[in-house]
Structure formats: C-alpha cells, structure tokens
Design a protein around this ligand. Structure first.
Ligand SMILES: Cc1ncc(COP(=O)(O)O)c(C=O)c1O
Length: 402
C-alpha cells in the first residue's frame, strides 16, 4: 500500500514504543521495571469518577458542542483566572481530546508550509512531528545542561527569522523538569516584543506539579502585552491523574480558537461527553488530592536524585517540576558489552531493557542523545528496584571522563 508523504515524515512516539516493548516482555512473564511512563501512577480521585458516572446515568452521552460544554468552559475560565490571573471569554476556549489534541488543532489552524516553529531542545517528543504534520519546519534551539536546559534570550533572538510563526515554551518541562522563573520569562518576553509575527504556545500541562514552592508563571502573565498572541495549552491529564480521559483545553485569540475548532469539527467533533463532566468535577472540586500527589512526587524526586548522585559518571539537573529526571549518561558511551557497542541513548535504552529489564526512554527522542529520561511516577519500592538494576547494568561498563 502506498502511504502518504505526510505520514512518512513522522516518527512513532518513542515513549509509546518503549512502553509497548515493556508490555511485550511482561506478557512473557518477565518483571520489567518501567521508568518510561509519562503519567501519574495515582488513580483518578473518586469524586471525579462519580461525576462521570452521574453524567452517564443522566443520559449526558450525546454529542456536545464541538468546542466543549458550557459548564467545562466556565470551570476552565475560573481556574485560569484564579491560577494565572488572566481572563478569557468562553469563545476564547476550545476543549479538545487532551493537551496533545489542542496542540495538533492549533498547529493545523495557524501553520503553513514554509513557516518555522522554534522549539527549545530538549523538547517533548511530539512537538516536531506535529509541526511537520502541519507542513511547517521545526527549528531547534539547543539549551545546555549547564544552563538548566533553559533557553537563553540571545539564542531565541538568533533563531527568529522572517518565517518564524510560533515559539513553543513548556515549563515545567518534559523531559527535563526545568521551569522558567518569572525573571527568565521576562528576558524572553523582551525579545519577543521586538517580533510581532511570532506567536507563542505556552504548554502548561505540568504547571501544578512544581516542587519547593517554586513560583510559577507563564509568558503572558509576565508580559500582558503578549497575551493576545499567546496560546495556553493545559488540561486535566497530569494534574488530576486523568490521562485516559482525554481532556485538554486551549485558550487564546478567538479567531484562532474558532479556526482550531473548525479543524476539530471536521476530525473528532467534541471530546467524550462524560469525560468533559469528569473534568468539570476535577476543576471545581477539592484540590487536596493534587497537592498530595505533588508532595509524593517531591519525596520521590529526593530519592531519585540521591540514587543518581551515587552512580559514577552521571550528571543530572535537579528537576523543578513534572515527574521526570533527564540524566546525562554519555560517559558510558563508547563501551562494548557482550559484543555490542553502546553508541548513544537508544543503544543504552536497549542495553538496559535486555540486560536488567529496565525501561527508559532514549534522550535522542527529545533531541538530546547524551541523556535518558527516567520517570518517577512509580512507587518508592519500584524506584528502589529500578535503580538497583540501573546500577547493576552500569557497573558492567566503565565510565569515561565527562
Ligand atoms: C509536555 C507535554 N505536553 C502535552 C502533553 C499531552 O498531554 P495530554 O495527555 O493531555 O494529551 C504531554 C503528555 O505527555 C506532555 O508531556
């Protein structure tokens, strides 16, 4: 069968691939520890599920308005107003099937062939492929580990051309956990004020998962004059352990929201009606379970950083948020083990899977081959076992000087 040009330039998601590999081994009875997961290991809080059940029995099971039910849009507007101090009208909100779908709709609505999208690297795996699917070109700005994986304003300025249409910011970040402080956003905003044609996507999906009471802000909060060209992507997946429910929301300029809604109307229509009601409960209900989850993630981060510090040759930036660490394991590259040469993060991920049945995501998928991504959305017991395995596997290799 002939496949389209479009699909041929897209890679399958590396995270999903690694999880499929882990699943296949498990089905053979192997105990795999997966550091590959990209979702909280908590269950969706009970009241949220109850709301979905009630919606189901009330018969709220039919098509809803494509852009989302009024009650959910209102809950989103209230939440964003409380957390960001920014106000949006209902026609500036689009509810979609997860944050991922928001990004997809937005890119389809605003990008054309020849347009450039600036993506600070390391980046979330899906950004470049979604940009390519819209016919545009990703332009990567390397962000050094020594700078906490954050983009310098001068590097942003250098990357902007007459073709730049979008900049993607993601804070806290997947895969590094790096978070931009308000003054760092201010410096980026100063650059962006010189380039009217550049719109900004603020992917805030991890904004509630921040440690040490770090102050959170996005670029439109820091520079209100950028609000008109900033698109906020957020959703319930990570904050409320609702990854499977598929509810995300996009906020921004009403003309673009309308256009993104048109793309949605011709592809998926509305997101699941009962999931929308569940999201109303998530946003309107008690926020304590989310606070508890963040506390647990913070304890795990401490444990994970402690284990990593004790492994020779590894360097690792301490994540400010989300539930990932992105250690640099390149000191172990260039070694042969059992007749195979480890040359990069994919070889390392394969080696760890084969040698000790530990699933990690190669940093290459996030634009940084020196690193691997480890998720700490696992119980402490599993983390302990996983790090024992990691140590065991790495002991068989000798690190080179970094
Ligand atoms: C940075 C980032 N943005 C967006 C998403 C999409 O989240 P959702 O599950 O709401 O589609 C993810 C999910 O892993 C993510 O890591």
């Amino acid at each position: 069968m002939k496949l389209s040009q479009r699909v041929r330039q897209v890679k399958p998601s590396a995270t999903l691939t690694i999880n499929a590999k882990a699943k296949a081994l498990r089905s053979q009875g192997v105990r795999v520890i997966s550091f590959g997961v990209g979702e909280p290991d908590f269950n969706t809080p009970h009241p949220i599920g109850q709301m979905a059940v009630q919606a189901l029995f009330r018969g709220q099971t039919r098509y809803t308005p494509v852009q989302g039910i009024k009650e959910l849009k209102e809950a989103v507007i209230r939440t964003i107003q409380a957390d960001y101090g920014l106000y949006y009208e209902p026609d500036e909100v689009l509810v979609s099937c997860g944050g991922k779908h928001c990004l997809y709709n937005l890119f389809q609505a605003v990008l054309d062939p020849g347009d450039e999208v600036i993506i600070p690297s390391p980046y979330w795996v899906s950004y470049p492929d979604m940009v390519r699917l819209a016919g545009a070109e990703p332009v990567f700005v390397p962000c050094a580990e020594s700078r906490g994986f954050k983009m310098a304003p001068e590097d942003l300025r250098k990357a902007i051309t007459a073709r730049t249409r979008l900049l993607i910011l993601n804070s806290p970040s997947n895969p590094t956990g790096a978070h931009y402080r308000p003054e760092e956003l201010r410096a980026l905003a100063d650059v962006l004020m010189d380039y009217d044609q550049v719109m900004i996507v603020s992917d805030d999906i991890y904004y509630r998962i921040l440690f040490d009471e770090a102050p959170w802000a996005n670029i439109a909060m820091v520079e209100p004059r950028l609000k008109a060209r900033t698109f906020v992507v957020n959703g319930v997946s990570k904050t409320y352990a609702m990854t499977g429910w598929r509810i995300g929301y996009l906020l921004g300029d009403r003309e673009v929201i309308k256009a993104a809604g048109k793309i949605q109307s011709q592809s998926t229509s509305n997101p699941s009606s009962v999931a929308q009601w569940a999201a109303v409960a998530a946003l309107s209900g008690d926020q304590d379970t989310c606070r508890h989850m963040v506390q647990v993630f913070a304890e795990r981060r401490t444990y994970v950083m402690d284990r990593l510090r004790h492994i020779p040759g590894i360097t690792c930036h301490v994540p400010d948020g989300a539930f990932y660490v992105f250690p640099n394991v390149s000191a172990y590259y260039g070694h042969a083990v059992g007749g195979r040469l480890l040359q990069g993060s994919t070889d390392m991920a394969d080696y760890l899977m084969d040698e000790v049945h530990l699933a990690v995501v190669p940093g290459d998928a996030f634009g940084e081959d020196r690193c691997i991504r480890l998720s700490f959305a696992l119980s402490l017991e599993e983390l302990r076992e996983g790090f024992d395995r990691l140590e065991r596997a790495l002991q068989k290799l000798t690190p080179t000087a970094t």
